[in-house]
Design a protein around this ligand. Structure first.
Ligand code: HEC
Ligand code: HEC
Length: 331
C-alpha cells in the first residue's frame, strides 16, 4: 500500500500549505540558516570561547559584571527591570534589549546607531556606567589565565588575546543565540493543533485590526524600521544622534517579538510593565500625555481581544532551549 502514502503525502502537504496561506502564515516562516558575515564564518570553537567571555565578569573593571548580567537567557536575554544597574551602581540610560536572534538584528541599539556586533561590544565594556573596563586592562587580565591564553593562541594564530579577537569571539557567540522552534512555528509548518483557537484569533487581530504586523513582521516579528509609537519619553531615540536628524525624533528600532512573554518590562525605557499595558497603549493610539503625532493610529479593543492577542504572543515562546552557564577557566 505504499502508493497510498505517496499520494497522501503531497495531498497533506498541499492542504497544510493552503491553510498556511489562507491564514497569511507563509511570511512568518523561519529561515534555514544563520547569516554569518563572509569574513567571520561560523566556527564552533570561537563561539564557545565567546560564550565564556560573554558570561565572564573579568571583562568588567570591577570584575563583578558580565554581558549576561544585563542580557540573561532566563529573561529572554534581557533583565526584568526597567533599566539595569551597571558598574556605577546607577540605572543605565535605557532598558536592555534582547539578544535573541542577534545575527539578524539590524540596526543595533534602540536608536539604531550601529550595525556590527563586533563594534557594538566596545560600548558596554568601556562605558563607565556599564562595565567600566579598558581593553588594555582586560587584555592583561585575560592573558594571566592560562586556558584563555591557550585558546586564543590556538583559534587566532599570530594574534592571541587582543581587542579585535575578544570582540570577534563575543560577536561569534552572539550570532549563535538563535531562538528554537516555538508552537507558532509548528503552526506555520502546518500543524493546526499546535496553537489554540484564542491564539489563532489573536494572530488574525495582530495582522488585521490591530495592525501590529505592519511593523512586527516576518519570522522575527520586526521589519527593522524605526518608529515613534507615542510613548511619553524625553529620549529622542534616532533623533538624538549626531548630526541630529529631527525626522528621527522619538523613533526607536522595532524589536522582534520572539520570547516576548519572558521579556517584561517593555520598550526602550521599560515603562510598560505588562503585555496588557502594551496593548492598551497601542489601542489608544499612544499616550494622551504627548502633543506630537506618532506613527500609530489606535484601534477599538473589543472584549476578549487583549486575551487573544496575548495568547498569540505566547505562542512565540521557545520552550525547548536551555542555555547552561559555561564553566569559566580558573585564574
Ligand atoms: C549594565 C547592563 C549591560 C551590560 C553589562 C551589557 N549590556 Fe548590552 N545593552 C544594554 C542596554 C541598556 C542596551 C541598549 C542601549 C541603547 O540602545 O542605547 C544594550 C544593547 C546591546 C545590544 C544591541 C541589541 C539590539 O537589539 O539592538 C547588544 C548586541 C548588546 N547590548 C550586547 C552586549 C554585550 C556583548 C555585552 C558584554 C560585552 C553587553 N551587551 C553588556 C545593557 C547592558
Ligand atoms: C508603527 C510601527 C509599530 C506598530 C504598528 C506596532 N509596533 Fe510594537 N513596537 C514598535 C517599536 C518602534 C517599538 C519600540 C518602541 C520604543 O521602545 O520606544 C515596539 C515595541 C513593542 C513591544 C516591546 C518590545 C520590547 O522589547 O520591549 C511589544 C511587546 C510590541 N511592540 C507589541 C506590539 C503589538 C502587540 C502591536 C499591535 C497592537 C504593535 N506592537 C504595533 C513598532 C510598532
Amino acid at each position: 500500500m505504499r502508493w497510498k502514502a505517496a499520494v497522501l503525502a503531497p495531498l497533506l502537504l498541499w492542504t497544510f500549505q493552503s491553510l498556511a496561506q489562507a491564514a497569511g502564515l507563509e511570511a512568518f516562516e523561519r529561515p534555514q540558516t544563520v547569516p554569518f558575515p563572509e569574513d567571520a564564518p561560523y566556527n564552533r570553537e570561537i563561539a564557545t570561547l565567546g560564550k565564556m567571555l560573554f558570561f565572564d565578569p573579568r571583562l568588567s573593571g570591577g570584575q563583578n559584571i558580565s554581558c549576561s548580567s544585563c542580557h540573561n537567557p532566563s529573561f529572554g536575554w534581557e533583565v526584568p527591570v526597567p533599566k539595569p544597574i551597571g558598574a556605577a551602581n546607577t540605572p543605565v540610560r535605557r532598558h536592555a534589549p534582547t539578544l535573541l536572534n542577534a545575527a539578524w538584528i539590524s540596526p543595533l541599539l534602540w536608536d539604531g546607531r550601529l550595525d556590527s556586533l563586533e563594534e557594538q561590544a566596545i560600548g558596554p565594556i568601556t562605558d563607565p556606567a556599564k562595565m567600566n573596563a579598558t581593553f588594555d586592562g582586560i587584555t592583561k587580565r585575560l592573558s594571566s589565565v592560562e586556558d584563555y591564553r591557550i585558546w586564543f593562541d590556538h583559534l587566532f594564530p599570530g594574534q592571541g588575546i587582543r581587542k579585535e579577537t575578544i570582540l570577534a569571539a563575543l560577536a561569534m557567540y552572539q550570532r549563535t543565540i538563535v531562538g528554537g522552534v516555538a508552537s507558532f512555528d509548528r503552526w506555520v509548518e502546518g500543524d493546526e493543533t499546535a496553537v489554540s483557537d484564542a491564539a489563532k484569533r489573536g494572530f488574525a487581530l495582530f495582522t488585521g485590526k490591530a495592525d501590529c504586523a505592519s511593523c512586527h513582521t516576518g519570522w522575527m516579528f520586526t521589519n527593522n524600521q524605526m518608529y515613534d509609537i507615542g510613548l511619553p519619553t524625553s529620549d529622542l531615540g534616532g533623533g538624538g544622534l549626531f548630526p541630529p536628524d529631527p525626522e528621527l525624533n522619538f523613533r526607536f528600532k522595532t524589536p522582534g517579538l520572539r520570547n516576548i512573554v519572558l521579556r517584561a518590562p517593555f520598550m526602550h525605557d521599560g515603562t510598560l510593565v505588562s503585555l496588557e499595558e502594551v496593548i492598551r497603549h497601542y489601542a489608544a493610539g499612544g499616550s494622551t500625555a504627548i502633543a506630537r503625532t506618532s506613527d500609530i493610529e489606535g484601534f477599538s479593543l473589543e472584549e476578549g481581544d487583549t486575551e487573544d492577542l496575548i495568547a498569540f504572543l505566547a505562542t512565540l515562546t521557545d520552550t525547548g532551549t536551555n542555555v547552561p552557564t559555561p564553566i569559566l577557566p580558573a585564574n
